[in-house]
Design a protein around this ligand. Structure first.
Ligand SMILES: Nc1nc2c(ncn2[C@@H]2O[C@H](COP(=O)(O)OP(=O)(O)O)[C@@H](O)[C@H]2O)c(=O)[nH]1
Ligand SMILES: [Mg+2]
Length: 299
């Protein structure tokens, strides 16, 4: 039995969270088409008879503009510290830029076995992928003491291409002999955190584009019983106008978010869920340390 930590890093929206979910075969991290969906370094755990892989999903690279942004950046950094394998995910359907190249080069210098995962091949096709591979080729050889890329793996989280292969390649790099988490654990996060994330995901998916970055979820009540879970949570937003939109006409939107989240939580817990949502306005919460702490963004 071998084990190890695998950091997943890259730009926002390239499919880091989707990749972790695919590799584990369970939905651990929330996924939406919006950038910066992931705010915390979330560990996802895959345990088999042969290995335990602990993936560290991260928010992705960003230039912090708020206190929340700073928190997210720190969480991202933690994904390339103390890991045994680094997965740098890039979006194969997009142009590969000089800054992508430099980023990979810098990470290679850390000396951690590094895989470049070229994701979204379902959208890209080989005419897109080949130029990326050729741009990466200088990094496939050692230079000036900088290690080479260990593996380049084109994947699709949509159709599952090469996910098994990637898992095998990672397994071959694991060296620890310790079980870090008990069998059956899927994440390092408590259910209370997971519940907040599910609510946030449904809100992000249902709300218009200008609001999502400005919302946070505070789970204020969380009572898990044998067959039921009682939850009360606030959707925190920045403006009165946003509050109106989140509530919607006649309360339609909040009801929709609540139903969708309740189904998601029931699926996850296998229990009957009672979920009550409230909307609160906290101007500039993303810059207020005490509010950030209330929403679980503590470092
Ligand atoms: N077509 C396609 N879409 C993908 C793939 N992987 C992720 N996505 C989509 O890309 C968006 C961002 O994914 P997410 O995992 O949240 O990216 P992250 O920000 O890097 O964690 C979502 O809409 C995903 O459904 C893929 O392999 N193919
Ligand atoms: Mg993510």
């Amino acid at each position: 039995m071998k084990s190890g930590f695998i950091g997943i890093i890259g730009k926002p929206n390239v499919g880091k969270s989707s990749l972790m979910n695919r590799l584990i075969g369970e939905k651990i991290s929330i996924v939406t088409p919006k950038p910066q969906t992931t705010r915390d370094a979330v560990r996802g755990i895959l345990t088999t008879d042969e290995y335990q892989m602990i993936f560290v999903d991260t928010p992705g690279l960003l230039t912090p503009r708020t206190e929340l942004g700073k928190y997210m950046s720190k969480e991202t950094d933690s994904g390339s510290k103390d890991v045994d394998v680094l997965l740098i995910v890039i979006d194969g359907s997009r142009r590969f830029s000089g800054s992508d190249y430099e980023f990979i080069e810098r990470k290679l210098a850390l000396g951690i076995p590094t895989f470049v995962v070229v994701n979204k091949t379902d959208e890209a096709g080989y005419e897109r992928i080949y130029p990326i591979l050729s741009k990466l080729s200088p990094l496939t050889a050692e230079a000036d003491g900088r290690p080479a890329i260990a593996e380049i793996v084109p994947t699709s989280c949509k159709d599952g291409t090469n996910i098994d292969k990637l898992r095998e390649l990672i397994a071959a790099r694991l060296t620890d002999d310790v079980m870090y988490y008990p069998e059956g654990d899927l994440t390092d996060r408590p259910l209370r955190f997971v519940v907040g994330e599910i609510v946030r995901e449904k809100a992000l998916l249902l709300l218009r584009d200008e609001i999502p970055h400005g919302i946070g979820i505070a789970v204020n009540k969380f009572e898990e019983k044998k067959e039921t879970v009682y939850i009360e949570a606030d959707i925190v937003c920045e403006k009165e106008g946003h509050k109106q939109i989140i509530i919607g006409e006649g309360g339609k939107m909040i009801k929709h978010i609540g139903e969708s989240a309740r189904r998601g939580i029931e699926e996850r817990t296998g229990k009957r869920v009672f979920l009550e949502l409230f909307v609160k306005v906290r101007p500039d919460w993303r810059n207020r340390r005490n509010y950030l702490g209330d929403l679980g963004y503590k470092s």
